[in-house]
Design a protein around this ligand. Sequence first.
Ligand code: SAM
Ligand code: SF4
Length: 324
Amino acid sequence: MKDQYGRTIDYIRISVTDRCNLRCVYCMPEEGVEQVAHEEILTYQEIVRIARLCARMGISKVKLTGGEPLVRKGLYSLVRDLKRCEGIEQVTLTTNGVELKSQMEELAKAGLDAVNISLDTLDAGMYASVTRRDMLDQALEGLKEALRYPQVKVKINCVPMRNVNEGQWTTLAGLSRDLPVDVRFIELMPIGEGRGLEGVSPDEALARLRAVWPDLHPTDERRGNGPAQYYAAAALKGRIGFISAVSHAFCAACNRVRLTSTGVLKPCLCYEEGTDLRSLLRGGCTDEALARAMAGAIRGKPPAHCFAREEGVTERRAMFQIGG
Ligand code: SAM
Ligand code: SF4
């Protein structure tokens, strides 16, 4: 469907949990995280009901996210049920990869189309300090397992940060030399824990990569659900992507909405406003009433985010509570 500014909204990010087995410094505080009670989290049946209505409105692509989606039991069954919804063309997942080794086979069988693995470094010590957990080996095993299923596209996502993982950008990009993966650099956003850290503009990261692959050049390809700008180089099998939400706002082409694990439909990342679908669902509303509430939220999507004026960011949830 179209929003009030004529943008086509065809993509929803659905968070299935706010729990996580890592504590990435830009996303989740080390301590003091209040866990949401299980009853407050949407059930898989509730998520599928919302997704079915989304599909009727023309939202054909779903990304499952979290917290860490693989810590929720039986995620494959949600993938399978979403893939069976008429009008849902693509179901993808973003994960830290730690639990992927044991779940990838079921996810692939369920019809998962693509997986993004968040990986900010290949150095075990640095990984432990960025994620506050010593789990690089498990994440890499997850990546290796994912690559056994050629029908599932694999991407690596890295958040480049000043004085944190600078030396690792070219190392991570080098994964696309040997493996059939795209490596994407996502600009740090001033949401939640991200506020206290210094991000790096994708332009700077690109310049750093060009020192190694001088022929990196932009391509017009669309290889995901979002606004990444992709670059190719002769020596790289995969592409290098840059998602510059802050320095090159792409709001005019924004195609997404978000559903939090507690059932809030959020039209824009940086504003707290959202529509509480859980109350409607649990209050026994009809599909028509639910669809009306969803359409209202989507139509009223704001024109642009406000990351440039930090005081304009009204969202107080952290990324793990939203889904990224
Ligand atoms: N746990 C899964 C993972 O890490 O992929 C899914 C949830 S995580 C919130 C989704 C994405 O948000 C990850 O790629 C993560 O790097 C990104 N993210 C978290 N906090 C961020 C921030 N402040 N700025 C930019 N990206 C962030
Ligand atoms: Fe967990 Fe993903 Fe947030 Fe890291 S980025 S703390 S893995 S939800």
